[in-house]
Ligand binder design. Structure first.
Ligand code: DHK
Length: 153
């Protein structure tokens, strides 16, 4: 595997810094720090490092995608509300070299109609939705699997 592409970027959008205190019945009780730890442990087990970030700003999220798009082995992204609104985030993800897996803590299809469509989903290789914090581990695992597959292709 290419040594410069062993990092999985895990990118988080608006309001996810409030996990643990924000609507725990919808998003669960795990904090973003706990989710970061879960991602680090999962990736480490599979031989990858993690670059874990959160921002409340669309442009900062796009800059983060640009920053990692050529260097990361793949991207796990919970763009949160921006998933439903941002063509710019979608377009940035479309030019990521490695696999992209979208994750949502809640099952967006069981919620309000405005959450049913995700621009991110249009450019994602996989989607994990409704599996809570564990969904991040599943998404990291899948990115690692796809990245390893790509590296041996
Ligand atoms: C997180 C949010 O903040 C919402 O805006 C999305 C997503 C769902 C989640 O379930 O992780 O609609």
């Amino acid at each position: 595997m290419n040594a410069s592409r062993t990092v999985i970027a895990v990118l988080n959008g608006p309001n996810l810094n409030l996990l643990g205190e924000r609507d725990p019945e919808v998003y669960g009780t795990a904090t973003l720090t706990e989710i970061e730890k879960l991602c680090l442990e999962t990736a480490d087990r599979l031989g990858f490092d993690v670059d874990f970030r959160q921002t409340n700003h669309e442009g900062v999220l796009i800059d983060a995608i640009h920053e990692v798009r050529r260097t990361a082995a793949g991207v796990v992204i919970n763009a949160a509300a921006l998933s439903h609104t941002s063509v710019s985030v979608r377009d940035a993800l479309a030019v990521v070299d490695g696999p992209v897996v979208e994750v949502h803590l809640s099952n967006i299809h069981r919620r309000e109609a405005f959450r049913h469509h995700s621009f991110v989903a249009e450019v994602a290789d996989g989607i994990v939705t409704g599996c809570g914090a564990r969904g991040y581990a599943m998404a990291v695992e899948h990115v690692a699997h796809l990245a390893a597959e790509e590296a041996t292709a």
